[in-house]
Design a binder for this molecule. Structure first.
Ligand code: ADP
Ligand code: MG
Length: 701
């Protein structure tokens, strides 16, 4: 069956009809033959084994049993009638139960005749019972196609209520195979099939729906996953290539005196290998005539700032301005302070622009920016205001990108006729290939190495009932001259309850750590920026020993003397947030600690999060667990990116296949970017079909 006939509306498939067609559409999004063919089973049930009633275990999931119905009765109950059959084999007796469709069963079931039943067993009133079993006469079962592994298709309550059971779906899929004689147009080239030893399309489709054995099933799955990921990658890479051709960028071909001088005389430490590599990648982009659009990911504390600074120096060496935008005032301030320090003695001009910079102070900044006198501007969203006009912005850096949407990124772009180079930095790392698939048009650089000499942070989980011991530990650390963070969840800054928790917590801490021996800072989202800064400052300067805060301190804040991070109600935080918070300590030479406080009641997922935190400091590992727990949908605005629409591949579990697919898509497009070679005709055709029927556009936001 070719791609066009597969676009036939599902209503025309024998056995469907208008009613079923409507249900299939609304419940499973199946509009065409193709859609049904691409409805892949979630799992398979081993049908080679027949259970005996006497062997059933309470943990048994789906079982298949041969036996006879010896008796049928209707039982009245408050909520309505149910039909109960007693079903026996030579080892025992159990019940089959129907709540719906009782009339049909009564009229059609044959007593004392061997059946094969299939379904889930419950243990109920001292007996096994199976609600709504799938049933087939033993003699039909023996004649029929021997299904080794029965596919289980996605289902919904409405589907089963409307009688579209798993069996019905399987029958409909069979019908497509009958009508097409099982032949479907190949969608991958000979070369790929050969090189990767892939199963042909028709065979893959057959074995995904009606596996002949485990081995063929595995091969079919591999091929179909590969195909799905391959075409997404083709699309993304093609888009990226197009972007590079269309969008010219400033060419920073000079690695001039400013960069070199800084490298020689101002660098406060030796760069790590990873930092050097990443700077090289950025330099490559900046000198390539095309606009850079790069994501720089590196774990908290991996040293992204210095990379940003050196990229800005490249811009300045080529006569351009640069800016750095941070998501919060606290962070912008810190960047400004840190970067000003780094630039001391270089003669480079650098200013700070945030919402709380006074009008009178803004004016000179605006002027110097327009004249080109000001070379580096650091700030918050305030940089995006229309009044802020650069003379020649060559590089825009966005820190902690998950706080910024794509829309904001592109506003930065439109400050010039030619867009500046863009570097986006994030401390929520995700596997590289995944990042490429999610962001598509962004290239990715990764700092995968921490600066030397860092002591891994020791992380423990403590229950609230151990609070006194934890407080004693805090006291001991403060005696050693260390500082402490205590963080409360404030998921929504407006949530009154959270706010109350924070204030209660603050009061109890103030009682246990009284003045004048102890000084406490408090920072939360309901404070005025100026008050926040004041409190932050006191902590940064070491005037206070304890910082009680909400997650406003999550991002970026750098106080090397702080060695203990206590997270209250830690079960309420997501993994990446916990990891970010922990990253606030461990920045100095001292051993640092992270204490996760929780109540006694914890969900399984919360336990996994806490265990993961205790077990590892590695941001990539944490990101992977996080992905597995939450799915990619929640991460950094990926909702629209469509990776959730995958039909068979799993972007996390199938990362290796994704890599392979990306590699081959890249090779192919490098070699034959317009897919003109005869051997690539198959791919060209399949690709244009996908685009034509919009399937692939779902993946692209
Ligand atoms: P992040 O990637 O979280 O933004 P920062 O850039 O703030 O990390 O760096 C964290 C700390 O590590 C800073 O105090 C910085 O000065 C220091 N640092 C960065 N790179 C190095 C290096 N190569 N060697 C030693 N210290 C470094
Ligand atoms: Mg940072």
């Amino acid at each position: 069956m070719n791609a066009n006939s597969l676009q036939t509306p599902i209503v025309y498939l024998k056995g469907v009809g208008p009613n079923r067609a409507e249900t299939l559409q609304s419940e499973l999004g199946i509009h065409t033959f193709q859609d049904l063919l691409n409805l892949f089973p979630n799992r398979y049930i081993d049908k080679t084994h027949y259970y005996k009633i006497g062997q059933l275990q309470r943990s048994n999931a789906d079982v298949q049993i041969i036996g006879k119905i010896v008796h049928l009765k209707t039982v009245e109950q408050k909520k309505g009638k149910r039909l109960v059959a007693s079903f026996v084999d030579d080892t025992g007796e159990m019940e089959l139960v129907w709540f719906r469709g009782q009339k049909w069963i009564r009229e059609n079931i044959k007593l004392n005749t061997p059946y094969v039943i299939f379904g889930k067993c419950n243990w109920f009133n001292g007996k096994f019972s199976m609600p709504h079993p799938e049933m087939e006469l033993l003699k039909d079962h023996e004649q029929g196609l021997k299904v080794v592994m029965q596919p289980v298709y996605p289902s919904t309550e409405k589907l089963s209520n409307k009688g579209i059971s798993n069996r019905v779906i399987s029958k409909l899929v069979q019908q497509i195979f009958v009508e097409s004689k099982g032949r479907f147009t190949e969608t991958l080239s000979e070369k790929l099939l050969f090189e990767l030893k892939l199963l042909p399309k028709s065979e893959s489709l057959f074995n995904i729906h009606f596996p002949k054995n485990q081995e063929l099933l595995a091969k079919a799955q591999f091929r179909l996953k590969f195909e799905e990921l391959f075409y997404i990658q083709m699309q993304l890479i093609a888009k990226n290539m197009l972007h590079k051709q269309k969008i010219k960028g400033f060419n920073f071909d000079q690695v001039g005196t400013i960069f070199n001088e800084f490298y020689k005389s101002h660098l406060p430490f030796e760069l790590t290998g990873a930092q050097k590599r990443v700077i090289k990648e950025i330099r490559g982009d900046l000198g390539s005539n095309a606009q850079m659009n790069r994501l720089l990911q590196g774990d908290v504390g991996s040293g992204k700032t210095i990379v940003a600074v050196m990229a800005m120096l490249l811009a300045i060496d080529n006569g351009f301005q640069a800016c750095l935008m941070a998501p919060t005032e606290i962070l912008a301030n810190q960047h400004y302070t840190g970067i000003s320090e780094l630039l001391e003695g270089t003669g480079i001009t650098c200013s700070l622009l945030t919402g709380s910079v006074k009008k009178s102070a803004r004016k000179p900044i605006h002027e110097q920016l327009e004249s080109g006198e000001l070379q580096i501007l650091i700030g918050t969203h305030a940089l995006l205001e229309d009044k802020v006009k650069f003379k020649n912005l060559g590089l825009a850096i966005v820190d902690e990108q998950h706080r910024f949407g794509v829309a904001q990124r592109s506003r930065l772009w439109h400050k010039n006729d030619i867009p500046p180079h863009i570097l986006v930095m994030t401390a929520t790392p995700i596997p590289r290939t995944l990042a490429m698939s999610l962001y598509g048009d962004l290239d990715v650089s990764t700092i995968d190495e921490l600066p030397p000499g860092r002591k891994p942070i020791k992380t423990v989980h403590r229950f609230d009932s151990n609070r006194l011991k934890v407080f004693q530990f805090i006291r001991d650390e403060i005696k050693k001259g260390r500082q402490i963070y205590i963080v409360y969840p404030l998921i929504q800054e407006s949530e009154a309850l959270d706010y109350k928790d924070l204030m209660d917590g603050y009061e109890s801490i103030a009682r246990d750590f009284p003045l004048p021996d102890f000084q406490i800072s408090i920072v939360h989202g309901q404070m005025k920026p100026a008050d926040k800064d004041y409190e932050m400052e006191r902590f940064v300067k070491g005037e206070t020993q304890i910082m009680v805060a909400t997650t406003v301190i999550e991002v970026g804040v750098n106080v090397p003397n702080a060695s203990v991070m206590i997270i209250e109600s830690a079960e309420r935080f997501g993994l990446s947030q916990l990891h970010q918070l922990r990253g606030r300590v461990g920045r100095g030479a001292d051993q640092s600690y992270c204490i996760l406080m929780t109540g006694n009641k914890l969900s399984t997922e919360a336990k996994t999060r806490l265990q993961t935190m205790v077990h590892t400091n590695d941001g990539f590992e944490i990101a992977e667990v996080d992905l597995k727990l939450r799915g990619p949908g929640d991460i950094m605005g990926t909702q629209q990116s469509g990776v959730l629409n995958l039909k068979i591949a799993d972007i996390v579990k199938d990362n290796d296949i994704l890599k392979t697919a990306r590699y081959h898509a890249m090779q192919l497009l490098k070699d034959d970017s317009s897919l003109e070679k005869p051997e690539n005709l198959v791919i060209r055709h399949a690709y244009s079909q996908l685009v034509k029927y919009k399937n692939i556009w779902n993946y692209i936001s």
